[in-house]
Design a protein around this ligand. Sequence first.
Ligand code: GCO
Ligand code: MG
Length: 402
Amino acid sequence: MKIDAAKVIVTSPGRNFVTLKIMTDQGVYGIGDATLNGRELSVVSYLEDHVLPCLIGKDPRRIEDIWQYLYRGAYWRRGPVTMRAIAAVDMALWDIKAKMADMPLYQLLGGRSRDGVMVYGHANGADIEETVEAVGQYIDMGYKAIRAQTGVPGIKDAYGVGRGKLFYEPADAALPSLTGWDTRKALNHVPKLFDKLRATYGFDHHLLHDGHHRYTPMEAANLGKMLEPYQLFWLEDCTPAENQEAFRLVRQHTTTPLAVGEIFNTIWDCKDLIQNQLIDYIRCTIVGAGGITHMRRIADLAALYQIRTGSHGATDLSPVTMGCALHFDTWVPNFGIQEYMRHTEETDAVFPHDYIFRDGLLHCGETPGHGVDIDEQLAARYPYKPAYLPVARLEDGTMWNW
Ligand code: GCO
Ligand code: MG
């Protein structure tokens, strides 16, 4: 069996997606996601110019060997572009293998560990009142877990405030738009949101919050402490993780569970945080961290320390990644939670899929493969549109972490 053709499809049904399709001489094909929000075309080039020529003629059943070939063989290891390209190939090859086995992907991974996948949705609002209302809507829809973000008085476009009720799409302009940040104001305001949420809805639902890399370690520790009475499921990306020792400082001061990993690319980014038990949830995802093959290694390492998974699932991860993630989540023993930001109807139409939301859980389907396809004709109707993530500056103009 041989890979006889492969192509990269760029489409923008409301937002940009980069998709890899690998074809074989036996007529079976596989689909992978290679989307890197705001830097999409770099992965297109990496795949088209440097990966696809090496794939033609290879046996698609040798998933592990192809992974190692692309990782070790590049010499230049790791990084978001390389690892997304590898992830896309890996997803497509697992799709092919599962189709050939005539099984849904989770069966090949080891079978079902749970009935469905607990997801969290994004509730946000311009102020506390709006966010409280948005959380109520998710509760009414059956969600068991909800991430809550709110606008902060005095901060221009604080992180996490979307434009629609169910959708939050930060990559919103042809050049990066300017947002503001002020830690003092946020620290004054965020605990009030959770106070109000618990007073309104009680403690039956899981609540989450994303710090989006904005706080210094000591500020993050302070926030974690202030949030303790509200029993969060997790506080996410409370401080940047380049210096992983930063999490030790946060950890020493708070029992609020910590989650990190959406911008990590390999197990090496996770290793020290996991082995030193500085986090509770590892949030890498299939597209960001080298595909299913590599995510299994990360999850297994985390399991040794009772750390659970919490896959990133923002709208910039295409339905292809969501499909793969749900098969992974259905199998992985140390599953924690899956982020679920709904895609628009246009996106869902371009990527026909068999996963469904029911009673607060997402369920992967039983179609052989990962269960997500691409409608190429429809995709062609939505050409690429440059779209950047925002940048953030402090009040005095200093650049900050968006
Ligand atoms: C999340 C994330 C996203 C990112 C986005 C960037 O937790 O969902 O922080 O909203 O900002 O994926 O492309
Ligand atoms: Mg996040």
